[in-house]
Design a binder for this molecule. Structure first.
Ligand code: DQA
Length: 152
C-alpha cells in the first residue's frame, strides 16, 4: 500500500510523555516514548497501516496536529496526557474533524485522582483504552484498524 491518507494513522502524544521511562515509573512503567513508537509502528504495519508518531508539550501544537490529521490521516490515536483533563480546545479540534479518534492512556485514569476522572477527549472519541500500559497503544492501533476496515 502506498503512504496516503487511506493507510496513514497519526499517534499523538501530549505533555510529559517525552519523559516516559524515568517519569513516575511506579505509574507509567519503564517503557520509553521511543519504545511506544516502535511497538505502535510494528502493530500498525501488521494491520497494513503506516503511523506518524509525535509528541509535544504544547496544547496548540496538539490542536494543529489534530486538524492536520483530519486532512491527512485515516484516523488518530491520542494520548493528550494532562490536557485530557483540561483542554476544551482539544475537544473542539476533535469534534471538528471527520476521521475516527481513539483515546489512549497508559494508566487507569479512573483508579487515580478525581481530577483525572473527567476527559474532554472521551465524548468526541470512538472509544477509550486505558490502564493497560504500553499494550494499550497496540490495542488502540488494532481497534482503529478494525474501525477503518468496517468503514471502508
Ligand atoms: C496519562 C494520564 C494523565 O492523567 C496524565 O496527566 C498523563 C498520562 C496516561 O497515559 O496514563 O500525563 O495520559
Amino acid at each position: 500500500m502506498s503512504d496516503n491518507k487511506n493507510n496513514l494513522i497519526y499517534i499523538l502524544n501530549g505533555p510529559n510523555l517525552n519523559l516516559l521511562g524515568t517519569r513516575e515509573v511506579d505509574i507509567y512503567g519503564e517503557t520509553t516514548l521511543a519504545d511506544l513508537q516502535e511497538i505502535s509502528s510494528a502493530k500498525a504495519s501488521e494491520c497494513g497501516y503506516a503511523c506518524d508518531f509525535r509528541q509535544t508539550n504544547t496544547e496548540g501544537e496538539l490542536v494543529d496536529w489534530i486538524q492536520e490529521g483530519g486532512r491527512s490521516a485515516a484516523g488518530i490515536i491520542i494520548n493528550a496526557a494532562a490536557y485530557t483533563h483540561t483542554s476544551v480546545a482539544i475537544h473542539d479540534a476533535i469534534a471538528a474533524i471527520d476521521v475516527p479518534v481513539i483515546e489512549v492512556h497508559l494508566s487507569n485514569i479512573f483508579a487515580r485522582e478525581d481530577y483525572r476522572h473527567h476527559s474532554f477527549v472521551s465524548d468526541v472519541s470512538a472509544g477509550v483504552i486505558c490502564g493497560f500500559g504500553a499494550n494499550g497503544y497496540k490495542l488502540a492501533v488494532t481497534a482503529l484498524a478494525d474501525l477503518l476496515q468496517q468503514g471502508s
